[in-house]
Design a protein around this ligand. Sequence first.
Ligand SMILES: Nc1nc2c(c(=O)[nH]1)N[C@H]1C(S)=C(S)[C@@H](COP(=O)(O)O)O[C@H]1N2
Ligand SMILES: [Mo]
Length: 327
Amino acid sequence: MSRIKQPYIPPSEITSEHIWQSRRTWLKRAGAGAIALGATGVSGSAMLLHSSAALGGQEKGRLSGTPNSDYWLENKLTSEKDVTTYNNFYEFGTDKSAPSQYAQKLETRPWKIEIEGEVEKPSSFDIDDLLKLASIEERVYRLRCVEAWSMVIPWSGYSLSTLLSQVRPTSKAKYVQFVSDVQPENMPGLRSRIIDWPYVEALRIDEAMHPLVMLVFGVYGKLLPNQNGAPMRVAIPWKYGFKSGKSIVKIRLLEKLPETSWVKIAPREYGFYANVNPSVPHPRWSQATERRIGDGIFSPRVDTLMFNGYGEQVADLYSGMDLKRYY
Ligand SMILES: Nc1nc2c(c(=O)[nH]1)N[C@H]1C(S)=C(S)[C@@H](COP(=O)(O)O)O[C@H]1N2
Ligand SMILES: [Mo]
């Protein structure tokens, strides 16, 4: 695959990848240091060997990945604290703070992901096998919420297409639907009937096969915290955040356009495509700008970019379509 160009970033926002890069170096050093402390009298070179071995076998809770420079934004990252405490995950409540408060109860093991429908090989995967199916990459993506705020997040995982090719979609497979888990005992938000649970989202098959669509297992070099959709969610960076389902238990390949949660709730406000588009306002607010979530109370406002800045990679998927009609 040819190198994918970076989305345009205004010069004022470029902080270089040094922030995350230096953090990663720091993590490696911290790992090496811990080993040095535990093993007295190890020579420098032995210490290096030990530290790379420690990085190869994942430590508990960590999920290191190889940075993929084709998918690396140089925007300033949203802090790990904001990424993990300002969330939308209605199964735990509608407040931004509810998921980090209540998601500890989510049970993420054992965890199976069923793939069914229009595939030659319907399959059931254990999450720990999916973690080993392909090499884990680290990618920095923008996330633009329909509520006009955004974040820049370092995810760990690999392209959804890697998994889909394994189960071999048939020629009838036109759509891919993602079904999130329902755990009545553990999800206080289910009592609200805003959504007809489970949370479901979907993509057209060509969208789903685009390498930008990521199966995500980790964030900030660690396994996903429950509030971010543990143990596996998707990330679709050119679409509004609600398309990226969390805590997925089922993937269905379908011939007909399936129901999706937000279209069901308010079909005049949310469309199936939900491509980030500053020129199509939500009926109740503008989508032209966004608040970039940052530490403290002053979040800078920035212009929203068409396809969230990923137009060069994905615009072809929609050639000939009226994006004001198919919002
Ligand atoms: N199952 C499920 N997935 C979901 C949601 C949800 O409520 N339930 N919210 C969506 C919305 S609106 C957004 S903006 C993103 C937020 O992801 P984050 O909390 O990891 O930033 O998750 C999406 N995935
Ligand atoms: Mo959202």
